[in-house]
Design a protein around this ligand. Structure first.
Ligand SMILES: C[S@@+](CC[C@H](N)C(=O)[O-])C[C@H]1O[C@@H](n2cnc3c(N)ncnc32)[C@H](O)[C@@H]1O
Length: 462
């Protein structure tokens, strides 16, 4: 029997565009959904014209996506409104199956890259009066929602007179955009200086293919933002961090107006805030360089944002002193010294740990800081048991960015592969501090030159 492919338009939010493809590919793989592109997606355009074998597939994908705003079954897609009317008018016979006297409906108008008044939108709706609708209009809770979209391109302050593309279709599903607001850091009980924003946290959880009942670890957990997102998708979550004060909610408050942290600030309190406490396993104070897990212990996914040493220290327990021994009497109260935990060592440990402790098929999703001009794929951390599935850039400044890396474990490591060193990874901080220092110095010089120039002008004016 022939597969029955149907055409849909996936409409994306214009935010974090670089992560779209990786998110959608991860979700297609998570749900084993087949999707065909009807035309190759263009980088900046917010829509993809695709085909699915069933509407359930389109719904499943859209309902779990953070990048997607909405999905429509596409009835018409043309370069102009007259051409769209012509297509729809020649298909009214087929479209009649969607309309029954008992089925209420509404028509919405969306204009992308241009603004229209409500009156103008109603006038546009009226041009579709030939559609074979039969039931009553219901603006609040209709059985069927139709959407007409005009696309004026991405330069909103200089739109063309007529839209580049017009779309008409039946609404199928919305993406998860409302969850971004629900998990906003502004209203979250416990946050830290490096809390990950909810949109990126949810994207990471999707790239990790997190599913109900999974066990997920963040070994650099901080304030636990990544655990919140993983728990939202049904995972049992566990974290660890070297920072005792952070895990006990006792660091300096991160909100400007907050003088003192509330007594009950903690990752658990965040889970409670979102009714996710039943998904919270625990967090432990632990130096990731000295992991304590049983060899056979496996996680379904590891999602993490390791320290880059810019807004937080990158330290591990250790000492520069040779043969250092703590005397018996001091053991109970001894606070171990810390030494530098360089970026190459952090990522070597993270990949070795993931190769050992992920289940086969499990994913590691982590951020990796880079200098944009030095970047090449060769400088990324690699491990023979982990396949790099996605690598998307988030630009942070003119010179720096971080890359969201997604690895999938393909096989267990052999004995030789259990402790691979990654000498090729550059330490981002070495250059970061040099460049930052230079720009500061340059700015000081430029400001001094301007002051001198102004003083000369002032003197000339008498
Ligand atoms: C970028 S922050 C993670 C922020 C976290 N994603 C959040 O949403 O709050 C990195 C974390 O790594 C922790 N860290 C630094 N060195 C560590 C080590 N040796 N072992 C474990 N955690 C460490 C820091 O204390 C910090 O909380």
């Amino acid at each position: 029997m022939n597969d029955m492919w149907k055409r849909y338009v996936l409409w994306f939010a214009q935010e974090h565009i670089e992560f779209r493809v990786s998110e959608i590919e991860s979700l297609l793989s998570l749900f084993s959904i087949k999707m065909k592109y009807q035309e190759k997606p263009k980088d900046l355009e917010p829509y993809w014209i695709v085909e699915f074998l069933s509407e359930d597939d389109a719904k499943l994908l859209t309902n779990r996506s953070v990048s997607l705003r909405t999905c429509l079954e596409l009835w018409g897609y043309e370069n102009s409104l007259p051409a769209l009317h012509q297509t729809l008018q020649s298909n009214t016979g087929i479209l009649a199956q969607y309309f029954k006297p008992s089925k209420s409906f509404k028509v919405e108008v969306e204009t992308f890259g241009n603004h229209f008044t409500q009156k103008e939108k109603v006038e546009k709706i009226e041009t579709f009066s030939y559609l074979p609708v039969e039931g009553p209009v219901d603006l609040k809770n209709p059985d069927i929602t139709l959407q007409y979209i005009e696309y004026y391109g991405t330069r909103a302050n200089n739109p063309p007179q007529l839209p580049y593309k017009v779309f008409f279709g039946r609404w199928v599903a919305d993406g998860l955009r409302q969850l971004i607001k629900k998990l906003s850091l502004k209203t979250r009980k416990f946050i830290g200086n490096t809390s990950m924003d909810p949109q990126l946290s949810l994207l990471m959880a999707n790239q990790a293919k997190i599913w109900t009942g999974d066990l997920v670890l963040d070994p650099f957990v901080g304030s636990g933002s990544l655990l919140v997102a993983a728990a939202e998708f049904g995972a049992y979550v566990f974290g660890s961090d070297i920072d005792y004060l952070m895990l006990h909610g006792r660091t300096k408050p991160s909100r400007i107006k907050q003088q003192k942290r509330a007594d009950d600030e903690s990752i658990r309190a965040n889970m409670k805030q979102y009714n996710l406490e039943h998904k919270y396993v625990d967090v432990l104070v632990n130096d990731f360089a000295m992991v304590f897990w049983k060899d056979a212990f496996e996680f379904d996914a590891i999602v993490t944002d390791p320290p880059y040493g810019i807004r937080e220290a990158t330290e591990r327990v250790g000492t520069e002193k040779t043969n250092y021994v703590v005397s018996e009497e001091h053991l109970a109260t001894h606070v171990p010294a810390k030494i530098e935990y360089g970026i190459p060592s952090i990522y070597a440990d993270l990949l070795n740990f993931s190769a050992k402790h992920l289940k086969i098929g499990g994913r590691l999703v982590c951020w990796f800081p880079v200098f944009r001009e030095d970047y090449s794929e060769q400088c990324l951390p690699i491990h023979p048991c982990l396949k790099l599935m996605a690598n998307s850039e988030q630009v942070l400044s003119k010179v720096t960015s971080r890359r969201l890396l997604t690895y999938e474990k393909e096989r267990h490591p052999t004995l030789d592969e259990q402790n691979i060193e990654h000498i090729s990874i550059q330490d981002f901080r070495e250059k970061y501090f040099v460049v930052r220092e230079e720009t500061r110095k340059e700015r000081r010089l430029r400001e001094a030159a301007t002051r001198k120039e102004n003083w000369e002008k002032y003197k000339k004016c008498g």
